[in-house]
Design a protein. Sequence first.
Length: 282
Amino acid sequence: MPSTIRQLPLESAVKHHAHDFHQIVITLCGSSEFEIEGLGGRVNAFSGCIVPANHEHYYSGLGYNRQLIFDLPIDAPALTGEHRELIALFDAPRFFALDGPLRHYLAFVESELLQARQGFADAQSDRLAATLLGALKARLQAEPPAARRRLDLAPIDRFIAAHLAEELRVADLARIACLSEAHFSERFRGQTGLSPWQYVRRQRLCAARELVTQSSLPLTDIAIQTGFANQSALSHAFRRRFGLSPRSLRKEGDNAPAFEAPTPEPRRALGKRRGSGSTLLP
């Protein structure tokens, strides 16, 4: 069967399904959310994901968006014959970003799609698909294996800082890294020496200490702004971390040592958001 190429927006309602053909989904503008067999992430403009056949996937569009979708049956010419090595792209779900040359190629595909208002001829669809798949395969093969790549902590830190007062889930952080919760937690601990729970707790306490020493906010407000249930919970965690209470630190001034590398805190059972099944971070 031939490949097909289509262009459409995704609805904001979350939908899910599986199908017996492979798929490449590329966001041309706006953003979308995809989760493929537990691997989830936001797909921004000029990024995409690989959806292997028979993999359950959830998806939704975020605001105004436009997607370019390549539907690739297992026996499509773009994946058989002289192109049969390209089938390896679909060994597992994957997210990717497009570089400059591939963005130019997508512009060409879009122009071809506009000219062929009645749709591509079968052979043209497969030729265009095979060129994209070949370029993707070459680029993704050149990337280091996921196990050796370091997590980019900068966007994770920005997300935590922007949502300190809210309930955070491991899934929230894993989504930024485009990893499943289990894979993210393993990689995160291996890189930082801390669990996501310990890391978020450290960020909350560092933010609380800054507010204690550099503002006149009541301690109750500081507790709420940094994600603690109340002033008592903040004071207890603060004393364990820094050796004195927030009130004592504010009285004495910030003469305590600068933030030192944290010692791992005792592990505890993590709560669950009702109905979500995702681990909550304190």
